[in-house]
Structure formats: C-alpha cells, structure tokens
Ligand binder design. Sequence first.
Ligand SMILES: [Zn+2]
Length: 666
Amino acid sequence: MKHLFLILLVILCAGLTFYVEQHDSSLLTTGKSKVSDGPYYSGILKDEYQNVKAVANYDIKAELFPERKLAVVDEYLTWINKTEFPANEIQIHLYPNAFRNRRTLFISGRGGTLPDGSTSGIYFKEVSFEDKKPAQIKIIQPEVSDAFDSTAASIALNKTIMPGDSIKIHFKYSLPIPKMMKRFGYAAGRNFFFISQWFPKAGVFSNGKWICSQYHPYTNFFSDFGKYSAKIIVPKGYQVAATGVMKDSSLSESKIIYNFEQYGVHDFAWMATDNIENARSIYKRKDGSDILINAFVQPEHVKYKSRFINAVKNSLKFFEDYIGIYPYQTISIVDVPKTSLSGGMEYPTLITVGAELFSPVSTLQPESVTIHEFTHQFFYGLLANNEVYETWLDEGITSYITDKIAYRYYGKPEVNFKLFGYYPVFGINFLSYNELPLVYTLGDYKIDEGANSLSLYYQSPVCASISDTSYKLPDALSYTITGYSKPELMLLSLERNLGFNNLMYIFRKYYQSYKFSHPSAEDFIHTVNENSKEDMSWFFKSLYRNSSAFDYSIRYVRPVPEEPGSYEVYAERLRDGVFKLDVALYTDKDTLLQTWNGEERWKRFIFHTKNTVLGAEIDPFRKNIMDLNYANNSYIIKDQYAGSTSIMLRWLFWIQNLVLLLGSVA
Ligand SMILES: [Zn+2]
C-alpha cells in the first residue's frame, strides 16, 4: 500500500512538472521582430565599425537542395593584406574535406568511424582570379603529415600582394551534405540542415607567415575578421538562421532567397529547416539601443523558448555590467535536434544549443549550455584567439564566466548523476531512460562552482599543462582537462587571489585592448599583471606553465618546549607543484596568518599567542583550488576539539567537499 502511494506520488509529480514546463511556453512574450538599424552599420554598432580590421571579406551565394543533400555554392573571397609583409600565396581551410574518408586527420583521430552517408568534401568547378585566369589549389599539411588529409590548401598568386593591396578569388563548388556528425550536415529523420566550417575560408596571415591549421580531431578554428554577405537559397517553406542580420528575403518561383550581412566577424554558419519554431525578443542595452534575440527551437522543445532567450538576456546583462557590451545587432539561438549528434557550439552572432525532453530549471540544463555558447561571442568571437593552439583562452575563460553568470542568475544547480549515458537522478528529478521518465528520486544536492571541472581534473591532474599546444595533446580527455577544466580552476584560484571585482576589471581591460583581434595567452597574462597590485607571474608559472600536481599539508601543531606562548606549525609540500599560500593558526579568540612561498619541501612556522590554540591550516582561503587533497590541509589539537566551533566549520568543509565530489560523477 505504501509503495502504491509512492508510485502515485511519483506520477503526480511527473505530471505536475510536465504541466509547469508546458505552461511556461505560454508566458513567453515575443518582442518586436526587427530592431532599428539606427545605431548599426552592417550589423555592428557604428562606434565599433572603425575598430575592425576587415581582412577577409566574403560574398557567398549558396543554394540548398534538400532532396539531393547538396549545396551549390558561388563564393568570392576578397583578401586585403593589412600587414607589413608581402604575401605570395593565400592559404585556405577546406574543412568539409575532413569528411572525405575514414583516414583524414579528423576522422581517424576520432576513432575512424565515418558512417554511410556521412562523407562530404568541397568539389570545385572553378577557382579563378579576377582576370578569370584559373588559380591552382595545392593541398598542404602544415602541422601533421597525413596523405589522406586535404583540409588545408595553398593558392599560388600570379602577383605578390604588397601591404595594402588586395586580391579577389572566385570559387564555384558543390558540397554534398553529409549525415550530421559534428555540426555539419543534416539530422537523421528530419529536414534539418546545419552548415558550418563549410566554405573555403582564408587562414590568418601574421608576421609574414600563414597560420592555416588542418582540421584536427578535437580543436576548434582560427580565421580573420571581415565582412560577410550571403545569399542562402532554399525551397519554399524553409526557414533559415545564419550569422549576421537578415536584411531581406524574397520569393522566386519555388524558392526563397535570404540575404544576410555581417561586418566584423570571422566565420559564417547557417541552418535551414522546414519545421522549427521561431521566437524573437529584444534586449535593451543601458543606452536604450536594441539587440534582436532570434531563437529557433525544435518543435518538441517549444516549452524551452523563454528559457533559451532568458539565458541569453542574463548573459548580455552580465557582460554589459562587468566586461563590455555586445556590439552586434542580433544574436541567433539554434536548438539542434538530438539526431544531429551535435550539441552546443559557437559561431559569430549565432549559437547552437540543445535540450533534453524534460529538464527542470533547477538542473540548469539548457541554460548552462546557452550561457556557455553565448559567452563565446566574447571569448572566441570578439577576442579571436587561436583556438587550435591555445584552446584555454576561449574554452577555459568561457567555462569560468559561464559559471559566474549561471550562479548569479540561477543559483547552484542540482547535482546531476548520469546513468547509462542518460540522466538524471538528482534533486527532485527524473530517472529516465531513452528520454522516458521512469521514477523520481528525492534529494537536494547542489553543485558548487567549479565542481565539474574539479571532477575531470582529478581524473588526470598532471596530463599536460594549460600552456601546452592544444592540437598536440594525445586524446580527448587531456584536451578537455587542459582546455576547459584546469583553466576554469586556475581562474577561480586567480579570483580568490585578486578578488572578483578586480578580476572582472582585468577582463574588461582585456576586452577593451584586444577586441576584434587575435590575443594570445601572453596578452592575457600581461593584462593581469598590468592591472593587479601584485605581479602574478609566479601564479602563472605555477598553474599555467606547469603540469605539476599540488598537495600541501600540516603535519602537526605543538607548543615550542620551554617557550610559553610559542607554537610550532610544521607544513609540508607533498607533490612537485609550488604555490604561494597562507598558513593559519586558529586560537579560541582569533586567527593568526603567515605567508609561505611554498618552495621548500617542508617548513616550520613559529606563532606567538596567549590564547588557547585549536589547530592550524594551510591555504585556509583555498587560493589554490588545484590542491589534490584538502583533507590534510588542517591539523586539530585533539583535546580541544570539543570546544571549538571554528573547527566544526572546518569539518563542515569536508562534508561539503565530499558532496561536491559525489555530485561530480559524470
Ligand atoms: Zn565552449
């Protein structure tokens, strides 16, 4: 009987949650469908227009034939040499060629699986210069020698392009659309096409050399800023989302032509489908100007429309308050279907997101990915670091800022245990299988900031340093740890050393100094050092340039014999990692602090106090979150334990830490 009651309760709760989520969609207020062009020119704030160095400009016409799974493309690339060096060639990415065969760098590095219908490639019909003379494309392998890889190429020029000169190249090609694997192709079972990393795109010419990376298995992309004008032609009944502002659309026979334009970006992606829900809303900047939020949501996710939009609004507000204003006229959100096998990803002024069938707000499931991808508009989009070489500058900073935004606006999310690759047993939530809710479990675990990163980091703390070149890392785990987890933990540690407001001030300076350019890690470190009271080089030496593990401990605290009021604290460094930290002595009335550069293997600290000593602790403010074992950081003088509330607080910390670890199992 008791069981029956519980089962009924479970069904009731499930129904209630479903109702609440369904009901949520009716609350959505769709704002104006267009924003005024007034403050903008070509999709970017007029004030920012002159800050962009437009180097690679594209004029593209792409027609999609959904039945044939094919796009036919006509593309003009105008490249302007804005450096001080002459250029004798142009290097371009041909990333659809990553799907040509199983042995490309990309596919072989990801296990060599390329299902039937998943092959693609760029098939040129014409490559020519402005005078119509044909241009020769030569496949190059600048980073990894691989005879099967053709994802980077060089075009020899018929003249040297001197500084200030430009060249125009015409590409005509067909592009078979594969069954979608990694954000390029069509989703199985529906007419949903997502087209990214799809066109011949110039590399970056810097200091007289081209940087044009092959398509590596795990790393992302790097290219130059410019202006994109694109005509996307699709059959009637199809909607299109793309990078930039949709200037207009027109009907011709059975087709629709959508015109997009965007200045000051470095890539272009688009989506076309015949079945999607569109919702629009406006974000008002403090100066009164509008940004259009344009959401495209899968029919089964209609209930999440307002949650996607609100996550972007909260992110826009956070950036406006702390780092800098989003300078573009629009931001599009594209929710991708499960069968696309693609989740969240960032493109200029367009992000992809995904959602589960059921996901209460407390889990922050679609919110977190939405905030993450939006945050990339700054760390990747506007601050366009080389993602292939220094992944952490976009992914690591984005992971850190994502948590800052999520925790500020939503609080701590509930712990998410994954089961059989499905989810979730946490909080008051569903245990589900194949997206079918089965049962509720009760609990109230909240996940702490950085906990997910910590759990990944613990899996392989010394695999590589954050400064290691990303594409050379051996596997997905080391890439994820050094690109995402360790940098987030490093930045959380930096926050604890400098303070939140100071760190945000540094991000603001970093943004102001390097927006619309290609900052490096050294530029970021330089910005930190320029804008903090203390030179933080020691910090980056420890946590950024080094892959050592950290573990400090207190072995004992005891009175110094024959020296009343003197106490000896014996601190040890148990692992290779060196970090500057505090040593605290707790008494019944106060806390005494000393600092240690952390370099010696061990050190004795002498404290003087007339109070009753309760214990000692190393790194009491957790300024190095990467310490592998906090359980040995404190030492309690046992016979005084019972009377000490501050020591009880220490114990609470362990319990909290344990919960945090449990919560991080994924
Ligand atoms: Zn990311």
